[in-house]
Design a protein around this ligand. Structure first.
Ligand SMILES: [Zn+2]
Length: 201
């Protein structure tokens, strides 16, 4: 994919099926340098194509603006949730989380019995948009039960919030990429320290 923007090649994707959730959230990329962004889900058709390319939705499904709005609410709510796995505090994301909660209530989920006689959470109802989004949310809940969700983090830079999987032993990853956001943060701190030193001196 051509992003025209340096993105963390050094980070492994989340293990399946959490990698799909990660990919879904990262359909929006904030361009930290310019404040601009790119969105792969810019229209109902683009959303349909994204989901059907991954086998989550029949190719001929018809999606409307309401579906797109709900998908974006889920995406940005999940991003806010995963920013909490980094350094985000409550005040910044209440609205996004509330919108996610509201959207999620509309997606049908069911518990079935898996091959190993274990309970499996998955989407209910016929294939379609709600089935697809329910599947993504089920993967989030399942990952949380497995202790994997806390490793999925939105980058510490609020202007970025790209979602990465922190595979480090001590779960200390903060930036999507040390070369991009990590370096930019270091530079900001350095400049700030210099400024303070000059003021004191
Ligand atoms: Zn970043």
């Amino acid at each position: 994919m051509e992003l025209g923007y340096e993105r963390p090649e050094d980070r492994p994707a989340a293990p399946a099926p959490l990698d799909r959730v990660q990919e879904f959230i990262n359909t929006r990329i904030n361009l930290r340098e310019t404040g601009d962004f790119r969105d792969e889900l810019a229209s109902p058709t683009a959303l349909r194509d994204w989901l059907s390319a991954r086998g989550l939705l029949p190719r001929r499904a018809q999606l409307g603006q309401h579906d797109l709005d709900r998908a974006i609410a889920v995406r940005e709510g999940l991003r806010a949730m995963l920013a909490r796995n980094n350094d985000a505090s409550e005040a910044t994301d209440a609205e996004a989380l509330r919108a996610l909660d509201e959207a999620a209530a509309m997606f049908p989920l069911r518990v079935s019995v898996g091959a190993g006689a274990e309970p499996v959470l998955g989407p209910a109802g016929p294939p379609g948009f709600e089935h697809a989004l329910a599947g993504l949310l089920a993967d989030v809940v399942t990952a949380r039960s497995a202790g994997l969700l806390s490793r999925l983090k939105a980058c510490r830079d609020p202007a970025c919030r790209w979602v990465f999987y922190d595979s480090s032993k001590n779960r200390s990853g903060a930036w999507c990429s040390m070369a991009a956001c990590g370096a930019a943060s270091k530079k900001r701190h350095f400049t700030e320290r210099r400024r303070q030193q000059r003021q004191r001196g």
